[in-house]
Design a protein around this ligand. Structure first.
Ligand SMILES: Nc1ncnc2c1ncn2[C@@H]1O[C@H](COP(=O)(O)OP(=O)(O)OP(=O)(O)O)[C@@H](O)[C@H]1O
Ligand SMILES: [Mg+2]
Length: 407
């Protein structure tokens, strides 16, 4: 499965020029760890950074104009960093699997006659045996025209073929159009990687609704298909294995003794939560927001075909503070075992207490109003203090991370 090593974002809202993890051009930086967490004052750009991933996925799924015009984004002019005039640009640095050479994916978006278009799109990878120099651009387009090399990267592109590419729609990415052509396995994988990204905006009330019958493979963004996903899990795993998953999940939610699924007369799957002290179960409609939220996260993490990238906004909302440390450990464990990327924003020191300084990035705005990102491990003395046994969240709470917040 694909794994994100780093990303550079330019001129996307407050992110004038921000790097997370390792970019292609800087080998001194560390890869993004499986679990990464963004902290920082209100308005520092945490949600924007998560949304940048959603934006890229929307560019691929639809086109750059549609991605800019989503209601919460408000169009290209609103999105581009105030006072700047260049294109909005992204450089993604990722690996298809642990043994493959990293691939960079760059796109730039600008306005042409009032419409957002793809100014450039480039995909690069070092050739087999190439140690130095710029990675080879096996896809290179400017304003919808360029070339792509089919096949896998070999020493001198033997066995691969150069094809001219002309896109008929300047708002579309080449990855959307040629990303599913069989001769381009690297593009197929990159496209599938981005298509697999998952950003959670879990709404307990949406998840509580009695679902229509039917199994669905993955949890959607609001979580309102939670019961359908559970139904899919039951079918995929069979009765016993599924009961084991529910048992494991129930063990991790305080106050819950067991979770069972029950079929309604019309074939829907109802979730019954057995709480301590009560004989009769509660159905999803009646359990608390926090219980349902915790359950949804655990279902997400137990997905038999995990998403390569999961972004979660403020998971602490509605959860008891003592649960947060455990939740952070669950995210870390699943991210490392499943070799996926989990990116979380949080305001909770309890959540951060479970993390290492290499897993936490502090975001703040500089004098110009641009967002800056600094890894906690790169802030002087933080590593030493954590090594001495100080939990990172407590250091943050007691102002050791030097965040500048006006009173
Ligand atoms: N085009 C733009 N150029 C510069 N800054 C922008 C632009 N659009 C929005 N912003 C700024 O970005 C900020 C929004 O940041 P964001 O919502 O990502 O913050 P956050 O860290 O998630 O905050 P919170 O903790 O409150 O959720 C706003 O303060 C807004 O002023
Ligand atoms: Mg936010």
């Amino acid at each position: 499965m694909g794994h994100l090593l780093g990303i550079r974002i330019q001129r996307y809202k407050a992110l004038h020029d921000v790097v997370l993890g390792k970019p292609e051009h800087d080998r001194t930086k560390d890869d993004l760890p499986p679990m990464a967490c963004l902290i920082g004052p209100n308005g520092s750009g945490k949600s924007t950074l998560l949304d940048a991933f959603g934006f890229l996925a929307d560019c691929l799924a639809e086109n750059v104009e549609a991605a800019c015009d989503k209601p919460h984004r408000g169009g290209f002019e609103t999105l581009r960093t105030r006072g700047s005039s260049g294109p909005i640009a992204f450089d993604l640095y990722y690996r298809e699997d642990p043994k493959s050479r990293p691939i960079s994916y760059s796109i730039g978006i600008e306005l042409k006659q009032g419409i957002p278009v793809v100014a450039w799109e480039e995909i690069r990878q070092r050739r087999l045996g190439q140690k130095r120099g710029r990675p080879f651009p096996f896809v290179k387009l400017a304003h919808g025209k360029g070339e792509a090399w089919s096949g896998q990267s070999t020493k001198n592109e033997e066995g691969s073929e150069r094809v001219e590419v002309t896109l008929d729609d300047p708002r579309k990415l080449a990855l959307t159009s040629i990303g599913n052509i069989k001769d381009h396995p690297r593009l197929n994988k990159l496209r599938a990687f981005i298509e697999g990204w998952y950003l959670s905006y879990f709404l307990p009330d949406a998840a509580r609704a009695i679902p229509v019958a039917g199994a669905q493979k993955h949890l959607n963004r609001s979580g309102d298909n939670l019961a359908n996903v559970v139904q899919h899990m039951e079918r995929q795993n069979g009765g016993e294995a599924f009961a084991r998953i529910l048992k494991d999940i129930a063990r991790r939610i305080p106050g819950i003794q067991s979770i069972r699924s029950q079929k309604s007369a019309d074939g829907r799957l109802l979730l019954a939560f057995n709480e301590k002290g009560f004989k009769e179960p509660h159905f999803a409609a009646n359990v608390s927001d926090g219980t349902l939220k915790m359950f949804a996260y655990l279902i997400l993490l137990n997905d038999p075909e995990p998403r390569p990238f999961i972004g979660i906004e403020e998971p602490e909302n509605g959860l008891y503070h003592r649960l947060l440390n455990r939740l952070a450990h669950e995210f870390k464990r699943h991210a490392a075992n499943g070799e996926i990327n989990v990116l979380v924003t949080t305001h909770s020191p309890y959540f951060v207490d479970a993390l290492a300084p290499e897993e936490v990035w502090l975001m703040q705005r500089n004098e110009q109003g641009y967002a800056e990102v600094q890894r906690a491990a790169d802030i002087p003395t933080i590593r030493e203090l954590v090594d001495e046994g100080m939990p990172l969240g407590s250091l943050w709470y007691s102002n050791h991370l030097n965040d500048r917040v006006s009173p």
